[in-house]
Design a protein around this ligand. Structure first.
Ligand SMILES: Cc1ncc(COP(=O)(O)O)c(C=O)c1O
Length: 415
């Protein structure tokens, strides 16, 4: 299929051609349109609530929410007002603003396992920081992680080998998610060198069906860390604020020692946080960490407004309600068209896969037809809801998805 045959607009085509000359592979990282369906735009020019617009002015209902950050929807009034008020006073100053203290207090008040907070910019900053604090506290080296879990793009956790050394992943060993026995075996293999276990709140590996956490597995990891004096690090970068403002394992009653937050905490403003318990405070004091932009106040003011609004408006409950409507609607449409699908993980972070679709052919056709009809969904990564999504959005989405299921069934048959 050539560029002129696919559903992208003239401006999008022009931008892609220009980028191909000056940007490595036209676009790097997770947002590359190479992983999208042909009609999905790479470039977006604006957003409002649950809507985004591409560079050609086409409107979409956005189910990627900037890949997580937009938990209250694009340009949320309260968040934008807080950011604007701070911007008028100053953002990147020669020292942190008072808002840093306010935000740290808010985290400590909101997240039951948190007694302190360090702020950075990206999720990778704070998952990496979690390892540093764990190692500084225990004076040990080994970290256990679930095979296939994504914790960022730093060398210790980057899933792709190019540009890395085997040594970058020295002292990281792997277990299977939801398989406590495999975690125990991995712990036994490192003997008395265990510094920490890093784990996502549920299994949300890209390209795979999601898997809810087995509470017994979470409790088992907690016990394993307690026995070894190691840190249990919850990587809540992707799910944080969508399931429970106190942390995604609060509903199952398992409290980590450290948790990493990013994405949603600033509703689009760049900010991440590592929070931890008193036991790890001394270690957090001993390590050196910083970044030129880590102290800028606009993101922190936006984060105070975001976390406060999520709690006041019970945004996670809205996302759960809308997510349930969407999931039920998708299930009945798929059944109507005789297309076998799976919907997995929490409804606030929907994940749709097609049976027998190893190479995502069905998912690509589905996402393509959705894009043509004004619905932005990724073919092989989980989606994200925001509290700006409404029943009306779901109705319009299902209308588009009905056509998408019909196209899948017409082009690739039912499974
Ligand atoms: C679970 C998880 N951890 C860490 C990260 C890394 O965050 P960032 O891309 O902001 O560095 C991500 C990003 O998708 C993530 O989903």
């Amino acid at each position: 299929m050539t560029m002129s045959e696919i559903g992208i607009g003239a401006r999008e085509r022009e931008l892609r051609e220009r980028a191909a000359r000056v940007v490595p592979s036209g676009m790097y990282g997770h947002m590359t349109a190479r992983d999208y369906a042909p009609s999905m735009p790479q470039y977006l020019s604006g957003g409002e609530g649950s809507r985004i617009w591409d560079a050609d002015g086409r409107e979409y209902i956005d189910y990627m929410c900037s890949w997580g950050p937009m938990v209250l929807g694009h340009r949320h009034r309260v968040v934008e007002a807080a950011a604007e008020a701070q911007r008028r006073q100053g953002d990147c100053l020669s020292g942190p603003g008072p808002v840093l203290v306010e935000l740290a207090e808010l985290f400590v008040a909101t997240v039951p396992h948190a007694d302190w907070a360090i702020f950075a910019k990206n999720g990778t900053d704070v998952t990496t920081l979690g390892l540093m604090v764990a190692r500084a506290h225990t004076r040990k080296r080994a970290i256990l992680a679930a095979a296939g879990s994504y914790h960022g793009a730093a060398p210790w956790c980057n899933p792709w080998p190019r540009g890395l050394l085997a040594e970058d992943k020295a002292h990281i060993s792997y277990f299977r998610y939801d398989d406590l026995e495999s975690a125990r075996e991995a712990a036994a293999a490192v003997g008395d060198d265990l510094a920490g276990v890093i784990v996502t709140p549920f299994r949300h590996d890209a390209g795979h069906d999601q898997e809810e956490v087995d509470p017994a597995f979470a409790r088992g990891l907690r016990a394993l860390c307690d026995e070894a004096g190691a840190a249990l690090i919850l990587d809540d970068v992707r799910a944080g604020l969508r399931l429970d403002p106190g942390g995604s394992w609060e509903p199952i009653g398992v409290r980590p020692d450290l948790s990493a937050w990013g994405k949603a905490i600033g509703n689009g403003y760049p900010l991440s946080a590592l929070v931890g318990s008193d036991t790890f405070r001394r270690a957090a004091e001993r390590i050196f960490t910083t970044g030129s932009f880590w102290f800028s106040s606009v993101s922190m003011a936006a984060s105070v407004a975001t976390i406060t609004t999520v709690q006041a408006e019970r945004a996670h409950e809205t996302m759960a309600r809308i997510g349930r409507l969407l999931r039920d609607g998708i299930a009945s449409q798929a059944a109507e068209h005789g297309v076998a699908i799976k919907q997995t993980g929490p409804v606030q972070l929907p994940n749709l896969s097609f049976d027998g679709d190893e190479h995502f052919e069905r998912a690509l056709v589905f996402a393509d037809e959705c894009a043509r009809r004004g619905v932005f969904v990724h073919p092989s990564h989980n989606w994200f809801l925001s509290s700006a999504h409404t029943e009306d959005d779901v109705d319009r989405t299902l209308e588009a998805m009905g056509h998408a299921f019909a196209r899948v069934s017409a082009e690739l048959g039912t499974v």
